[in-house]
Design a protein around this ligand. Sequence first.
Ligand SMILES: *Cc1c(COP(=O)(O)O)cnc(C)c1O
Length: 495
Amino acid sequence: MKYYSTRDTSVRISAAEAVKMGLSRDGGLLTPETIPQIDEAFVRSLVNARYQERAAKVMALYLTDYSEEELLSFAENAYGADKFDTEAVAPVRKVDAATYCLELWHGPTSAFKDMALQMLPQLLSAALRKTGEDKTVCILVATSGDTGKAAMEGFADVPQTRIMVFYPKNGVSAVQEAQMVTQEGENVGVCAVVGNFDDAQSGVKRIFSDVAIREELLSRGYILSSANSINWGRILPQVVYYISAYCDLLRDGEIAYGEKVNFCVPTGNFGDILAAYYAKRMGLPVGKLICASNRNDVLTDFLRKGVYDRNRTFHTTMSPSMDILISSNLERLLFDLSGENDAEVKGYMEKLNKEGCYEVSDKIKAALAEQYWGGYCDEEQTARTIARCNETYGYLIDTHTAVAMNVMEQYRAETGDETKTVFVSTASPYKFCNHVLSAIGEEPKADGVELLDQLHEVSGVTVPRRLAALKGKARRFDLTAEKQEMEKVVLDFLK
Ligand SMILES: *Cc1c(COP(=O)(O)O)cnc(C)c1O
């Protein structure tokens, strides 16, 4: 299967090249030219399979220049017992008769980004071999907190790669920052940017499209690539867990085959919920895709009105991984809903670039209304949801997950839809100790990683092993840059 660009469908490249490049030269996102279809027999064949086997089978449908054995060995490495603290990898927890929670934070960095970023480095290493690449790939990452750590954890000391992470200086939690600045590995670099996530992401995109920098780096033996969710190698491993969740519900007798399930996803860059959309497009029986935002409600407005308008106040919230006003992966959805009309998509993206705003066609508006429901949740509601979930179900959830749970409840109240619904849990509550403690009525007594103990004492929930190990770990990085200095940081890193 070939991949093409959302802004130019005459581009045709292999999966390996798509993973290696990350982003098309024209600025478009690389996207599979057809969406493989799955049927009941396929889904049933996965019901009693391990997560690793499910991953290999699903990914093989898209990565036709990788063998299924190869993909299975990658999945064994990515989701093994040394990395994940549960054999199920991505377990589904039953919350009440019609509500389930898909827990995606059992990996090494305690956020769902591990699901893709334990896989991507292996896909990329293989892609370098398959395409005969002799240069070193430098991964540039803009992170709202979780991607940066998960990417470094995945790429640390992977041969023929280097990785440089930019995070917004005051936009990440203390635990997230501690995780990043203590990262081990000879090939990693970390830099705080004075600004917010969109500043960091714009800087990375600027470097990607700067021909002079690319040529300079090439002469030094480097090519640039991306581990952000614009890379197809990030989206695909995420498609797996939606299919896996459906298999679990079947296996446990919670649903009969064909019964539709809704997914409610806490959303920032639109990667995770896009993966759910692909699972649905492949033929998985999925009802509504509920898109949950925090106070940065640009997607809520978009899904309701068909107008994407980033010209609004940026809010720093307690769910920082969703503090985003430009959701890059929306471009892939628009491409699909427009009937793969590259010119139309290009037009929207140019308007977004120039005016910060665009309005989609009536055809796309109708498709959005049919498939999606968008809602948002403010800070107070987020905190109250954490408390209520803890009291009612004895289940401690993080701030991002709380946004999803709250928006799911809003959806049910507004529509009366009783379809069984899975809301997605994207981070361990331990990544956001201070907010979680305050939400359940405890005053945070200390700062940063010291709060892990306090949350453990009051909740009794086990602290993830790697987070517990952060205490006393030496800081390795201390670099801060203005947003216009990001080019220089990269050039210095790749001396
Ligand atoms: C990245 C992230 C999100 C948002 O996911 P997108 O794919 O960017 O929409 C939500 N929650 C957490 C904890 C995250 O790290």
